[in-house]
Design a protein around this ligand. Structure first.
Ligand code: FAD
Length: 108
């Protein structure tokens, strides 16, 4: 579990660094990442951080689940990364848009 967590955190970091390094320069010292690269970084990081915290909680057994440890709170906090600032599904829609070079009807 620890090895997998290390691998996933590194993969998430690399996606973030890639989006940041390729970001275009805009006026006023603003950097704008490409939509597909930022969506991949956000979707993957949301997924990976939730899995890493969930596995960390599991490593401590029932104690990890209890409020004596910070992990139950961390698990709720990282869940937000898959909802806030664009849900994982919204990020995947943006990635699909980039792959197929077209917009999709996003009506529910
Ligand atoms: C802790 C927290 C902090 C937040 N902070 C901010 C903030 O700082 N600024 C801000 O602007 N917003 C913020 N939000 C709001 C957040 O961005 C929205 O909750 C999020 O975009 C989802 O919108 P919604 O709640 O209206 O759900 P809905 O849009 O109703 O979506 C419900 C579900 O349906 C899925 N879905 C919707 N449309 C599609 C589609 N076309 N294809 C596939 N799946 C779809 C969504 O992925 C989601 O799982 C925050 C939310 C949370 C929980």
């Amino acid at each position: 579990m620890m090895a997998e967590a290390e691998m996933e955190l590194n993969a998430a970091r690399l996606l973030i660094y890639k989006a940041a390094c390729n970001a275009r320069d805009l006026p006023n010292n603003v950097k704008l990442p490409y939509m597909d690269e930022s969506s991949m970084a956000k979707a993957y990081t949301g997924h990976a951080s939730f899995k890493v915290v969930s596995d960390s909680l599991q490593m401590f057994g029932a104690y990890g689940y209890s409020q004596d440890m910070p992990l139950e709170r961390m698990l709720r906090d990282v869940r937000m990364f898959q909802i806030g600032g664009g849900t994982s599904q919204a990020q995947l829609n943006m990635i699909a848009r980039s792959i197929f070079k077209r917009k999709f009807d996003l009506r529910k």
